[in-house]
Design a protein around this ligand. Structure first.
Ligand SMILES: [Fe+2]
Ligand SMILES: [Fe+2]
Length: 386
């Protein structure tokens, strides 16, 4: 457009940029590469309801705008949404193809959650019944105006789980063209500036619309966590749901000196840090046992994490610092380290300190922010498969 933005336009854009939706745990997890392909399948199955009904929102604007020129501008947006001359290129169809081809989703079997239906109904009602200026403000600042930033986050997450650039074309296209749609709609919204209390009315409408989307994303995020827990609950609660064939019975025993399965190491001599963590190569549902080795005179990092741990000292002597407490340790001692508490282990002896540590990491890693990469000091030293 190249036009200078006026103060109100800048203020409403700032409002959008500063909204809490950008701190939503779903988007943070996506940004941090913590969503799996399965997570995306669920997320975009629900988002599909929004995608396939999106033109209803534009139509709601059409119904509201009194100026036929405004409606004409919006109809150009609808024309693009509808694939222009080729109806098979309509955006909802492109999204459907993305679901089928990239995520392997059977469209006919998608069950839309109550919260998804509620989100769209409320959003459509906002566009229809909030008022004309409000409707334009919602469609510009809170809808088209966030797509470029939102889809950049989604696209990066999808690339992270191995989907090719060609597979995320739907998102790339919208990152490029929706800013123009937003500007056209912003101009329409600004044409109502002379109306009484215009700014506050637009501001409130934008916040309401962003809040609705924020709540929708929170529901998706909570459901993703519950789905992971449910698999565990099913296996633990019903013998028939547990399959012993998951384990190689000949590999259940692991001699302590033969783990050879590096999980993490760090060496930072200014902080006296030198240690290795090896994972015992089995993968229980909840437990994740490791072997911690610290050479004489060194310690590991002062750190904390979501998993709780029981230490069993195999050989060597030292101290475990838990919060403000310093606990002396010797062979055959056990020490319990609760979740999230700051702790550190120090080798005070003349031989290696070797500790068997049983954690519940295979449980806590299901929740974002709790992976090894998050809590270790030297991220580059974390083995990829955590
Ligand atoms: Fe679109
Ligand atoms: Fe630890």
């Amino acid at each position: 457009m190249g036009k200078t933005k006026n103060t109100s336009q800048i203020a409403l854009n700032t409002l959008k940029e500063k909204h809490q939706i950008w701190h939503n745990p779903l988007l943070i997890s996506c940004k941090n590469g913590l969503l799996t392909k399965e997570d995306f399948s669920y997320l975009f199955s629900q988002y599909y309801f929004y995608s396939k009904n999106f033109t209803k929102l534009i139509s709601a604007g059409m119904i509201n705008f009194d100026d036929d020129k405004h409606r004409a501008k919006l109809s150009q947006n609808l024309w693009e949404e509808s694939g222009e001359k080729d109806i098979e290129l309509r955006h909802s169809e492109l999204f459907r193809k993305f679901l089928i081809n990239e995520l392997g989703i059977d469209i006919t079997s998608i069950l839309f959650e109550e919260y998804t239906l509620y989100f769209f109904k409320q959003y459509l009602d906002l566009c229809l019944y909030s008022g004309t200026a409000e409707s334009a403000a919602i469609l510009s600042f809170a809808t088209e105006g966030i797509i470029s930033k939102l889809y950049t986050i989604f696209k990066q997450g999808l690339l992270n789980v191995g989907i090719k650039e060609t597979g995320v074309e739907f998102f790339t296209q919208h990152i490029i063209c929706d800013d123009d749609h937003a500007l056209t709609l912003e101009e329409i919204a600004l044409s109502y500036q002379h109306e009484e209390n215009w700014f506050n009315r637009c501001k409130n409408a934008i916040i309401k619309a962003l809040d609705l989307r924020d709540i929708f994303f929170t529901h998706i995020h909570k459901t993703l966590q519950l789905k992971k827990l449910n698999q565990l609950v099913e296996r633990a609660s019903t013998p028939a749901n547990f399959n012993i064939e998951k384990y190689d019975l000949k590999k259940l025993k692991n001699p302590v000196n033969e783990t050879n399965n590096k999980l993490y190491f760090n060496e930072n001599l200014t902080e006296n840090i030198k240690f290795t963590v090896d994972r015992i190569p089995i993968s229980p549902d909840i437990l994740d046992p490791r072997i911690l080795c610290i050479p004489p005179g060194f310690n590991n990092e002062f750190h904390r994490h979501a998993h709780e741990t029981i230490f069993f000292v195999i050989e060597g002597i030292g101290r475990v610092i838990i919060d403000n407490e310093s606990i002396p340790i010797k062979p055959l001692d056990t020490v319990f380290v609760p979740r999230w508490v700051q702790h550190q282990t120090i080798n005070t002896g003349k031989t290696e300190l070797k500790i068997f540590a049983v954690t519940d990491y295979n449980f806590t890693k299901r929740f974002p922010k709790n992976t090894e990469q998050i809590y270790r000091l030297n991220k580059e030293n974390v083995a990829i498969k955590t």
